[in-house]
Design a protein around this ligand. Structure first.
Ligand SMILES: Cc1cc2nc3c(=O)[nH]c(=O)nc-3n(C[C@H](O)[C@H](O)[C@H](O)COP(=O)(O)OP(=O)(O)OC[C@H]3O[C@@H](n4cnc5c(N)ncnc54)[C@H](O)[C@@H]3O)c2cc1C
Length: 426
């Protein structure tokens, strides 16, 4: 029996789910290629940035995940070229052929043509960025502690998060909470009561994907934590010393970028139409219109729901799409018509701080402690594959009761990561 060779590029939510489903069929030979050797639980990245968890708590080696699957072969490499017309992809100076290709390389931050801002305002997409944000936040407190000039100290203690989506809200809430509770007694000179946390959103509300009532609740919760929420205002002219917010200049040492995403650079090499975000348009079976054996899923794909709206770039979409591909390829082998992907929307949630979250599920909206408990529960369920989920849970419980943040390590920056490229710093 000649096995079908399925190459999956990207071991994120979409890729892992696809390999999981496909590997159950012994007629498939699966090659998973990722530039990292681990699968990352991105929804908890902000906990790394905020020193609540350590990197290994939310990352698991791909080889560990598929250790028992004899038909899964893992390659650590960055795919740099696609030759879809000839059924080939390129990495490590080699062209590799496939019968089927699954592209699920995820997304990166969009600086809307101002890529140099990344130096002043890192985004939060990978572990390196999370550790860098942690370093900047913790360093700001250290510098404020030894600063004698009140003007400079105020700049050290000003934190600006740009982008009022779930990641921006989580970060802004967590910074304010950390200063107010966790660090309040640790710094004796820097007056942490004077900390300024700003969340800047260009649109008319934060958490725009949520019902208006939850968006307003989140805004109120942030205000209670001491976060200044600025809506209908664009951040511009970023530098290492501050940024322009509308017509106001804000001196700030720490700026974090959580505004806008673009699909991974490899998407530009995918033939065919793209949506306005640059994602590859796929058919209802998730294949490319001209290439039935090439699928694009997750954050790289522009896939329409039954009602004709584009699906959002969130983990459940990528996971459901990955699992669905098995049915498509099996249908091909049996000579049957391909099924159509239908997303099962279980709702959306975002956490704002300790005991504060918002949840919208099937027309049912709630907030506060019940929403926060739901958020913790769901994230623990999704951490199922991570062997240390009990440990993560215990750490959360510990932090909850003690306000502790155990991973407060300042590590030195020796390089930066931009769009897959590692750039060494002096
Ligand atoms: C900070 C943050 C918080 C989030 N919070 C939530 C949340 O609470 N709920 C939610 O549902 N979603 C959340 N998301 C979104 C969610 O993580 C994504 O929608 C999901 O990860 C998309 O899955 P994917 O498989 O498309 O891509 P990813 O999971 O990003 O995986 C892409 C993989 O491709 C690899 N890769 C990329 N390019 C190449 C290449 N050229 N060659 C080889 N490998 C490559 C990467 O290393 C990575 O492993 C969050 C995202 C972030 C960044």
């Amino acid at each position: 029996m000649v096995k079908k060779k399925i190459v999956v590029v990207g071991g994120g939510f979409g890729g892992v789910s696809a390999v999981d489903a496909l590997s159950a069929n012994p007629e498939f030979e699966i090659h998973l290629v990722d530039r990292r050797n681990f699968h990352l639980f991105q929804p908890l990245l902000y906990q790394i940035a905020m020193a609540g968890l350590s990197p290994s708590d939310i990352a698991i080696p791909l080889r560990t995940l598929f250790r028992k699957k004899r038909n899964v072969h893992i390659t650590l490499a960055e795919v740099d070229q696609l030759d879809i017309a000839n059924n080939k992809i390129h990495y490590d100076k080699n062209w590799v052929e496939f019968d089927y290709l699954v592209l699920c390389c995820g997304a990166k931050h969009a600086y809307f043509g101002n890529e140099k801002w990344e130096e002043f305002a890192p985004g939060l997409k990978n572990l390196e960025q999370a550790i860098e944000i942690r370093r900047r936040i913790l360093m700001a407190f250290e510098l404020a502690e030894k600063e004698t000039d009140p003007i400079i100290r105020s700049k050290e203690l000003t934190f600006v998060v740009v982008g009022g989506g779930p990641t921006g809200v989580e970060l802004a809430g967590a910074i304010a909470e950390m200063a107010k509770h966790t660090l309040a007694n640790d710094y004796h000179n820097a007056d942490l009561a004077k900390i300024k946390v700003m969340l800047v959103e260009a649109g008319p509300c934060i958490l725009a994907a949520f019902p208006q009532s939850l968006s307003l609740t989140a805004q109120k919760n942030l205000k209670e934590l001491g976060v200044e929420v600025i809506i209908n205002t664009r951040a511009s002219d970023l530098s290492k010393d501050g940024l322009q917010i509308g017509d106001q200049y804000v001196p700030a040492k720490t700026i974090i970028w959580a505004a806008g995403v673009l699909p991974s650079s490899l998407t530009m090499q995918i033939p065919g139409e793209k949506d306005r975000l640059g994602r590859a348009l796929v058919l209802p079976d998730l294949s490319l219109p001209e290439f039935k054996n090439v699928f694009v899923i997750g954050d790289q794909a522009a896939c329409k729901s039954k009602s004709g709206e584009f699906l959002p770039g969130i983990a459940p979409v990528a996971m459901q799409q990955g699992a669905f591909l098995k049915d498509v390829i099996v249908s091909d082998m049996l000579g049957r018509a391909r099924p159509t992907f239908e997303y099962v929307d279980k709702g959306i949630m975002a956490t704002i701080g300790r005991s504060k979250a918002v949840v919208s599920t099937k027309g049912f909206n709630f907030s506060g402690l019940p929403a926060w408990l739901a958020w913790v529960f769901i994230h623990l369920i999704y951490l199922m594959k991570f062997k240390n989920r009990l440990f993560v849970f215990l750490q959360w419980a510990w932090s909850y009761f003690t306000f502790g943040r155990g991973a407060r390590l300042i590590t030195h920056k020796t390089w930066r990561f931009y769009d897959g490229e590692k750039i060494k710093l002096e």
